[in-house]
Design a protein. Structure first.
Lengths: 253, 253, 253, 253, 253
């Protein structure tokens, strides 16, 4: 669970709600047609932007990466690889049969080793999986960024609708204030949707995608070396370059 | 038919119309001179931006790609290529004479094979067609993006015209509201045109162009291998690298 | 004559004028001091931006490229090159003496061939001319883009001047409207100047510069091959790669 | 101590406070809920944007680099390296045991030399430290830039909340002014936070990161040469290329 | 003296002042606290952005390049180089002793030749000077661009201060107009400072830096060839490639 994402969204929402409640009634900030224009319009424009299948995949990927802390820490992959290499030295590749590996990609690679597939086939297969996952993740990022670009625009469109309607019917001066208040709600919704949710989520996806690249290269290398029954000592040297601070003897988070 | 594009535009329009109807009369949002300024002005600036022939081609290409689901799925091209290679092994290149291939580019390549043209000529010819199509598609994208950049600007120009006229004649206070309402309509038109249609269409073109690059490389490779009467088994290996998830045995959408 | 550029600017202006005339008097939109601030200020900032000599050259180049349809169609260059190569095969390089070539760059290259200059000298000379022209054209583009960046800024500066003056003298309420109307005129001028003229012209220059690159490479190659008395048949092959759709036998625009 | 950073922030704050005090009361510019929305909202969005551990590290790194004048002046590193090389020539590597080096990275490298570690190990170790520090610094920069992007957005969100509340309750005209004043405070906070603190700090980090790259390469080279007991004369030549103005004989700041 | 820069700034200022005087009193546009907020705030943020030493250097470099027409015309350097090469052929390198070269960089190179320094040393020395100057010039550009980014932001901050103060004290309606007028002055100052001075100066620096790159390469080459007592005829060929339009026989500005 990536606490920062959740804390951030909940905290931001709470602060906005609290700030509204100090100054008045929360009810004045809830208006169904305004919500429909901003969320519906943003969704509609997103449907024009992206192929339908991409939208659904992007939504899933986005949620998964942003909120979950994937088991992609390079150090833990390194530790497991050294451990597995030790097992292979003692019992051969079949000794890996009963081993449980948390990381999905690595688990799949190890399973292929146990199944006796050729090194080349394993490498191609897990490299392709890495590429596909990466492509899906980058689609997820561009999906959320696209939403973040559209939300303020539809907030403005909603406000323009409200202003035109208010201005066309100025007969009752007492209605001007509340009508303008409602008109501004769509801009408010668009700004919150974009700046608290969509754009920060896209940014977090970008950072996480960047961080996992190294770990994935480490996983591919680990699986290949384990398949080759590499000596655990040599493996420490080979995989050490993928660790942020060198070999495990050093302290770091 | 790319449903997402159509659903998106229709849904977006419906939401905006519905949102207008909840708050008042749709008639207040239709103003012919405003429509003329925004759509005409955007078109005029687009004519200055792009050579005339590009505009027409871009409009056609844009509509075609955005709304149609072209038969450019790499898996289907792969399946057809394997099938055709089998036919060639049995009956020779002339056996392809009666085969119907849905994909236009591939069909043209196969026809050239049947016509007995040299491999080099076929490759150059279909590669050139790929380049030309790609260039036309990228012109289409930049055309729609250019429209999307211009529309809000002419929306603002129209609003400025309306505001200046209203401010120059403040004698009748009752007319201020409706005059401002009309002035804001052009901004509204510009925002809807840009954010619901032009920019999302340009984005979708960009994504589709990107997606087809791989498929087109696959088609060129397929035709060349079929021309060389490649063994279908070997062909599966050779073309498998173009598929997003490896060979067809794997499950994926 | 590049009709699109002219039609676009005239059409855009007409639409704006028509839209003004529907709603009132054109006179309300003409204000000499406002014109002076926007056009003068934009010009002043452009003088700070670009060296003086660049400004004049850029203005000329910009007008020339944007409005003229230069004889830079690759197909016509190709046709002429094949024709000239035939003449050279029959009568030698001196046979080109009486030939009229429309394209300036090519004409210069051919004249150098007739004058008996060395291949290397000709190549260097016309390549340098291509580079210089390209540099001048790109300066032209950045000049117009710079104008397009500055115009809205000086429109806003003019509006701020008008607003400050109006606000400082609120004694006569009847004067507020017209004063604000005049203040907004500069924003209007800046928006029209930037979005109908400067930015679209810069965009068109960019597209035309991009399009001529290929033609110019074709011209340099043509002249070199003609100088070498290349066989017209071989020349067709050599130059065919510069044509958008392959050799002339194919149909295309 | 980087005086410019401190002077800039203090001076900017003083100018803003002074400018407020000339026109009225400072109290009108302090509003707790507004501060909560802008600072809290920006913090919340930053938590969504960056992994939690990055935030804390970035905050520390940012403060450290922006306010401290690190001992990363290439000239002083050069001088120390020449001095140390002299000591090594006279007393061997162990002669460095009692030497105090201010620069942390260099000190660590020298300590490893004294400890008799292999050249390769030292190089890899300090190169890795350089990479890790660089990555942390760049995270610091993007953290502050991200804050600077978010602050104006949450300023606008706060203002929208205030405006909607004011417009929904227009019954008391006397309350409109003060309510709008409070609503605008959040925009003010967001603008000051972004433009006086976050964005300039990010820019300064960017410049400092750029400047230290050269010095760090010089440190790595110095340590390697000292380890190799390089002749101080030769070392002057080798390290001179890292100095901005050549060898120390020349005058410069 | 680069007249365009001076004419541009003076002309722009005059136009703005004239435009103010047509509509009213210049005095209404001068407000000391507003000037302090905009200029002081921009300066403060710039101090946070750039190291202190960079600020001063950048200011000097900026002024020097923007207003002076440096003797960096490639043609004049070319002419001097040919002339000096002739002198060297006749009297040897010592014959250059009494020659006055206007361009500082070239003069320094020639002086080193006369002083009998080795070719390598001269090349390294003047290349380093070129790099240092280039770096300083690019700092100058980014300094002015940074000022141009900050000025409108502090203009807005000043306007927000004024608006909040005005809105908090709405008791006297007669004071609203003038108070708002003053509030808008800071936006006006920020816009003029950014769009007439800072951004155009940064753009001119960018263009000039780009233009001098070629001349500086020519100077380095010239000095090296003169040092080698190159034949003036050969030198013409060698240096001709640095001229925009080939050798001096051709006409051009």
């Amino acid at each position: 669970m990536d606490l920062a994402t959740l804390i951030g969204i909940v905290l931001g929402m709470d602060l906005i709600v609290a700030s509204i409640m100090i100054g008045g009634d929360l009810g004045a900030f809830i208006n169904i047609p305004s919500i429909v224009v901003v969320f519906g319009g943003t969704t509609a424009a997103t449907l024009v932007k992206f192929p339908l299948s991409d939208c659904i995949a992007a939504l899933k990927i986005g949620g998964k990466i942003a909120f979950k802390n994937t088991a992609d820490d390079p150090r833990s992959v390194y530790d497991i690889a050294i451990e597995l290499a030790g097992i292979v030295r003692q019992k051969g590749l079949l000794g890996l049969e009963s081993v449980q590996v948390e990381n999905e990609l690595m688990a799949r690679g190890i399973r292929m080793c146990v199944d006796g597939m050729a090194a080349e086939v394993i490498k191609e297969s897990i490299s392709k999986e890495v590429d596909m996952t990466l492509k899906a993740e980058m689609q997820g990022e561009s999906f959320w960024r696209g939403m973040g670009d559209m939300a303020p625009a539809f907030g403005m469109i909603g406000t323009l609708i409200g202003l035109v309607q208010m201005l066309a019917n100025l007969s009752d001066p007492a209605a001007i204030g509340p009508a303008m208040a409602v008109a501004m709600l769509t801009t408010f919704y668009g700004a919150v949707l974009a700046n608290l949710i969509c754009i920060p989520l896209a940014d977090k996806l970008e950072i996480k995608i960047d961080n996992t690249k190294n770990t994935r290269a480490l996983i591919v290398e680990s699986v290949m070396q384990i398949h080759a029954s590499q000596n655990p000592m040599v493996l420490q040297e080979l995989l050490g370059v993928y660790l942020p601070g060198g070999k495990p003897a050093e302290e770091e988070e």
